[in-house]
Design a binder for this molecule. Structure first.
Ligand code: EPU
Length: 441
């Protein structure tokens, strides 16, 4: 039986939520521990599905992962790393996209890697061509096998010069994790520089790596023979923070997000202010609130950092259904991240999606068959409906729409939200949401 959340909408969300380490950093810092010659300790680890998946993948490869019962800190000991049976690795296929990042660390630790076919949110094709060509550039041999890919490096990984066709977050991390212990110098041009990547660089620097980030998206890595363990506290999850910020706006509520950090959210905060959202920066977090009155429509383009992040787009689109006028959102990172608007339209939102680039800069998806621009006219009263959650951020967006709607919504597929939002239903309860949860497990 699948879990069902029955939401009775119309209650402003109000209160406090705490965000912990970023979903888009923590699993990668866990993988980095494989590169060390001694144990590492990771702090501020959220209880989310992606952490469970990476824990079991690391354990399969002989890494001991111990969790402190009080703090939740993880100690990862890679000293007995070993090859894992491919059938067992395969059992994890479909769970997450993180396994691809095990390639470099596994090659350094045990000479080879087998990576199952990848899962993750269905928000586009999500290919791994940049990852594989980067690994080949280091001298790795990539071979397709049933259920996944096998990667080896008979002569070891060698430093290289490479350029990404697009500043991919995952491919940049792939290069970092391979280069830090490769022989010689690696120069990566066209790199992504998201705060989670910089935090991963901090982790690697603590381990003994030598990495410099230049202002022109070039990252230079001087390979070293051995890395130590690290002790690191993960940066807070700016995507979860932005999600709760949008929830406050959509439900006309007032949410203090403990742990939210201004530095990582500068672009989001500018946009939030332009839409008419209120915020107050405190030392320990940010208070987000609907100040009353009308919200203002806007024209927005998602982009790589320091642009407006694609993960912030979906919850904000729900807020734009409540703005007074026409908003335009041009999604330039993923070709298929507006599928979630179908459910919003069923709830009464007025949204059209277009193939054209409705933004100031034509993107990679223009003149192709991708519905990647949205026109949202508001304000519209949302009505409760049945929703099956499609992906992480889209699912969160559906939920906040249901929480703002008149009437009742029946939401299934809630497990997807647990991939990236820790103790999600507990947090909703704390914010005064009116819902019943039937756990299907
Ligand atoms: N791309 C390729 N080939 C590749 C890799 C990427 O064409 O080999 C394309 C993608 O298809 C996409 C674009 O490059 O169009 C950007 O993808 P990127 O590699 O940057 O994304 P990712 O590393 O797979 C991470 C986050 C995403 C976040 C993006 C963008 C993790 C685990 N995931 O994905 O987070 O949206 O960066 O910032 O870090 C989420 O949290 O809900 C989420 C999807």
């Amino acid at each position: 039986m699948s879990s069902v959340l029955t939401v009775r909408g119309g209650v402003p969300l109000s209160g406090r939520v705490a965000v912990r380490g970023a979903k888009n950093l923590v699993p990668k810092a866990m993988v980095a521990a494989l590169l060390g010659s001694e144990p590492s300790t990771l702090r501020n680890v959220p209880e989310i599905k992606d952490v469970e998946v990476v824990t079991s993948l690391l354990q399969l490869h002989g890494v001991t992962v111990a969790k402190d019962p009080v703090t939740g800190d993880l100690t990862l000991d890679p000293t007995d790393a070993k090859t894992a049976p491919s059938t067992e690795i395969d059992a994890h296929a479909g769970d997450s996209r993180i396994p691809i990042l095990l390639c470099g660390p596994l090659i350094h630790a045990i000479g080879e890697a087998f990576i199952p076919d990848l899962g993750g949110c269905k928000i586009g094709d999500r290919p791994i061509d940049y990852h594989l060509s980067s690994l080949r550039s280091f001298g790795a041999v990539v071979e397709k096998r049933p259920g996944g890919i096998h990667i080896s490096a008979p002569k070891g990984l060698k430093g290289t010069k490479l350029e990404l066709p697009y500043p991919s977050v995952g491919a940049t991390e792939q290069v970092l994790l391979a280069a830090v212990r490769a022989e010689g110098i690696t120069e990566l041009r066209g790199a992504a520089t998201e705060p989670e990547i910089i935090d991963l660089i901090c982790v690697l620097q603590k381990m003994g790596a030598i990495i410099s980030v230049q202002t022109d998206r070039t990252i230079r890595i001087e390979g070293v023979q051995e890395l130590r363990g690290y002790v690191h506290s993960a940066l807070p999850d700016r995507n979860e923070s932005a999600s709760w910020a949008s929830a406050a706006l959509v439900t006309r509520g007032d949410i203090f997000v403990q742990g939210a950090s201004q530095l990582d959210m500068l672009t989001f905060l500018n946009t939030y202010r332009k839409v008419g959202g209120g915020f107050e920066i405190h030392d320990d977090g940010i208070r987000f609130f609907h100040p009353g009155g009308k919200l203002t429509p806007l024209v927005l383009e998602t982009d790589v950092h320091p642009g407006f992040m694609t993960d912030w787009q979906q919850p904000l689109v729900v807020a734009l259904t409540q703005a007074d006028g026409v908003s335009i959102v041009h999604e330039t990172v993923y070709e298929n991240r507006f599928g979630f608007t179908d459910a919003l339209i069923r709830m009464g939102a007025n949204i059209q999606v277009h193939r054209e680039c409705l933004g100031s800069v034509p993107c990679r998806f223009g003149q192709r068959n991708f519905l990647h621009s949205a026109v949202i006219s508001g304000p519209t009263q949302l009505k409760g409906t049945d929703i099956d959650i499609p992906d992480l951020r889209g699912g969160f967006s559906h939920l906040i729409a249901a929480l703002a709607a008149t009437g009742t919504s029946r939401v299934t597929g809630i497990e997807i939200i647990n991939r990236g939002y820790e103790r999600f239903t507990e947090k909703l309860e704390g914010l005064g949401a009116d819902f019943d949860f039937t756990d299907g497990n």
